[in-house]
Ligand binder design. Structure first.
Ligand code: SF4
Length: 73
């Protein structure tokens, strides 16, 4: 599973690309613009270092493809 980590804020995000179908809910909800869609239309957390651990992306992913250290610990 693709994984992004930043030592700066100690945040890890994993996105199951088997489940992700590009609903873009994470892209739209995140105030820090952590998420983008890649060329295949899959979500990526390229800006993980900008995550402010607000928790807004928790539960927004329809196929539950996101694992985030802020709630999954
Ligand atoms: S916890 Fe908040 S800032 Fe961090 S990725 Fe999710 S929505 Fe963005």
């Amino acid at each position: 599973m693709p994984e992004w980590h930043s030592d700066e804020n100690d945040v890890t995000i994993k996105i199951d690309h088997e489940k992700c179908y590009g609903a873009e809910e994470c892209v739209n909800v995140c105030p820090a613009e952590v998420y983008q869609l890649d060329d295949d239309g899959k979500a990526v957390a390229e800006n993980v270092e900008d995550c402010i651990e607000c928790g807004a992306c928790e539960g927004v992913c329809p196929p539950e493809a996101i694992w985030h250290s802020v709630w999954s610990g």
